[in-house]
Design a protein around this ligand. Structure first.
Ligand code: MG
Length: 253
């Protein structure tokens, strides 16, 4: 088998867990790079910019630059740009989403917003829900960065972007266009960004329903690592079958 052109790594549960690097992850990433494969970090996280995500990885000892990171906020910004051109957007989300949208050339403006773009917003309110509803009722498009219902943290689970998306969907009856894993748009943005073909890529993830399904749908080879969300028993119950199962990213070669 040919050396993969790129390894696409999910972050939480693959490279680190919470604030702790998975043992052997740095060495493994080094080795993939020195054998000539590109390493791309792919996350549904829409609250931070690519720079902030890269900085966090560097602080953990993983050499990384913003150009190695694709987040659902970045992917949504590029996706909207490619599909609809520079647009006026009402974001329901945090500073990282706003910055990525602006950087892609979109205008942030609630009045006349053509699209409501939703990510995790830890200051989500009834007022924001009302504003989003009003825009959608007046014909704005509805784009979700991701629909992850929950986020794992060291202190248990927190509601994810999917919770906000569900609230807006319930109020408006409008079904969003979802960018993040397991959906195609984020994978299309990734392939375009690095000029990769899906068959040259290996998707490495800890969650069958997002990472592995995204890889399968994109036509990539898939590796499930058992350091995060999904266990080996979940393969049977979900029917989502990775090509390979490894204990950890440290076992990638
Ligand atoms: Mg994960």
């Amino acid at each position: 088998m040919n050396r993969p052109a790129a390894y696409i790594l999910d972050l939480d549960g693959v490279v680190y867990r919470g604030r702790t690097v998975i043992p052997g992850a740095c060495e493994s990433i080094d080795q993939l790079r020195s054998s000539g494969s590109r390493v791309v970090f792919l996350t549904n996280n829409a609250t931070r910019t690519r720079e902030a995500i890269a900085r966090r990885l560097k602080d953990m000892g993983v050499p990384c630059s913003a150009g190695d990171v694709i987040s659902s906020a970045y992917a949504a910004s590029v996706y909207i740009k490619e599909k609809y051109g520079s647009s006026t957007i009402y974001p329901v989300g945090e500073q990282g989403l706003v910055e990525e949208l602006e950087r892609a050339g979109h205008t942030i403006n609630r009045q006349d917003a053509e699209y409501v773009v939703v990510g995790l917003d830890r200051e989500f309110t009834y007022e924001k829900l009302t504003l989003a509803l009003d825009l959608l009722m007046n014909g704005a498009g509805f784009i979700a960065t991701n629909t992850d219902a929950m986020l794992p943290t060291e202190h248990g689970f927190l509601p994810g972007a999917g919770s906000m998306v569900a609230a807006i969907q319930a109020a408006s009856g409008v079904v969003p266009d979802v960018v993040g894993k397991p959906n195609k748009p984020i994978m299309d943005v990734l392939l375009m960004e690095y000029e990769l073909k899906s068959e040259e890529c290996v998707m490495v993830g800890d969650r069958l329903e997002t990472d592995i399904l995204a890889g399968i749908r994109a036509g990539m080879r898939t590796v499930l690592v058992l350091t995060g969300a999904s266990g080996i028993e979940d393969i049977e119950s979900s029917g989502i079958r990775p090509d390979t199962v490894l204990d950890s990213i440290a076992d990638l070669e």
